[in-house]
Design a protein around this ligand. Structure first.
Ligand code: TTP
Ligand code: MG
Length: 406
């Protein structure tokens, strides 16, 4: 049976949520991202604003120059998360084979669902109208036999679109489109392709695989397959996490070691708490650093024994941090810590060891108190200095995330 995959993406998501709350903004140029005189970029632009050349990622100052009459809105992430949850739960009513991608996008496997809705096209019409009726939002849907073609079809149909590519037409549907429309082709890849004389997807599709691989290595193979409309990736409902990580960007780049350590400690505690909440242990700790020139490094350490304690995560991260700081000279823009290679937590052999047992009891007590009174109800000495830097509420410090980006 040929697969029928849908790609579903809300139109001008952040802006549309604002327009539902303030209907007088409908049909007007609207930007979410911040005030026009602030440092920062456009997160979402209404289609009316796009007519003036505005797009996501454009500096707000440029946006206000191109379209001074636009309404600029700071935005409120909690509102968008709430709308996103409702959106995903409507989709989940249609198929259990649902793979959310970010806040406003999802793949849905609709193979075999014709009998319920009459046709897959009709199923998409039903999805669109439920989202419109219940959330007041417009969504675009692409339907095809694989993910990559469904995604391109969705993108092409926007706004308020619905485009189905019949089985067998994948290759000819993609062929005339610019190569940059293919997911995975960013600015850099596009430049290289141009220098090779490749501008359309068709030109990429007929280039010998050997040649593509000589420029892009093994990822060239994926490009080649996508260009030919071949993509056997499954729709994967979110399973259990394969890794857990927390990170934050700083308001100002820093080299201050005790501040970096304090932040690392706090992030380690958040990771540890989540790890224990999921009943998992980890045997690999990874530190992530982004320097002021945006160069990003990750350094990992494999533990001899699995762990779920904040202290071990922090100690390991700190060793990696100390080493990285002795090598990199630039100020740091972002720090993150994560654990991977997760296993179900069972009693470890060394639990016979009294100190490990004490540690486990301590973790349990801390988690209980935090569950009841909020994350910052218990703070280790090291993280106290963060109170002057990050805003805090009952649920912990509000970490700085870059603009409204994902
Ligand atoms: P997109 O789906 O890429 O954009 P969109 O929904 O605004 O517009 P459309 O799909 O109709 O082209 O991203 C979804 C939301 O994610 C977007 O509304 C705002 C947020 N976002 C950012 O915060 N930063 C970004 O750079 C991008 C691209 C999106
Ligand atoms: Mg969208």
């Amino acid at each position: 049976m040929t697969r029928r995959i849908m790609h579903i993406d809300l139109d001008a998501f952040f802006v549309s949520v604002e327009q539902v709350l303030k209907p007088e903004l409908k049909g007007k140029p609207v930007v979410v991202g911040g005030r026009p005189d602030r440092r920062g970029v456009v997160a979402s632009a209404s289609y009316e604003a796009r007519a003036f050349g505005l797009h996501a990622g454009m500096p707000l100052t440029t946006a206000s120059r191109l379209c001074p009459q636009a309404t600029f809105i700071e935005g409120n992430f909690a509102k968008y998360r709430n709308a996103s949850q409702k959106f995903m739960s409507i989709l989940a009513d249609f198929s259990p084979y649902l793979e959310p991608r970010g806040l406003d996008e999802a793949y849905l496997d609709a193979t075999g669902f014709e009998s319920i809705h009459g046709s897959i096209h009709q199923m998409a019409v039903n999805i669109k109208s439920r989202i419109k009726d219940e959330l007041g939002l417009c969504v675009s849907v692409g339907i095809a036999s694989c993910k990559v073609v469904a995604k391109v079809a969705c993108e092409l149909s926007k706004p308020d679109g619905l485009l189905e590519v019949a089985a067998g037409d994948e290759r000819s549907f993609l062929a005339p489109l610019p190569a940059a429309k293919l997911p995975g082709i960013g600015k850099k890849t596009e430049r290289i392709l141009k220098s090779l004389g490749i501008t359309t997807i068709d030109e990429l599709a007929v280039t010998p695989l050997r040649e593509i691989k000589s420029h892009f290595g093994t990822s060239g193979e994926v490009l080649y397959r996508f260009a030919n409309g071949v993509d056997d990736r499954k729709v994967e409902p979110p399973g259990v996490a394969k890794s857990i990580s927390r990170e934050t960007t700083f308001g100002k780049d820093t080299k201050d070691r005790s501040f970096l350590k304090a932040t690392l400690r706090y992030l380690s505690e958040r990771v540890g708490a989540m790890l224990r909440q999921q009943g998992k242990q980890s045997s690999c700790v990874t530190l992530k650093l982004r320097y002021s020139d945006f160069k990003t490094i990750t350094r990992s350490h494999t533990l001899l024994q699995t762990t779920d304690t904040d202290q071990t995560i922090f100690d390991t991260g700190l060793k990696l941090l100390t080493k990285a700081l002795s090598q990199g000279k630039q100020p740091i823009r972002l720090i993150g810590i994560g654990v991977s290679h997760l296993t179900e937590s069972g009693r470890q052999l060394d639990m016979l060891d009294a100190s490990a047992r004490r540690q486990e009891q301590l973790n349990k007590a801390i988690d209980r108190i935090r569950h009841k009174y909020g994350f910052t109800a218990i703070q280790t000495g090291r993280t106290l200095i963060l109170k002057d830097v990050f805003p805090k509420d009952k649920d912990g410090y509000t970490l700085q995330t870059p603009n409204l980006s994902r």
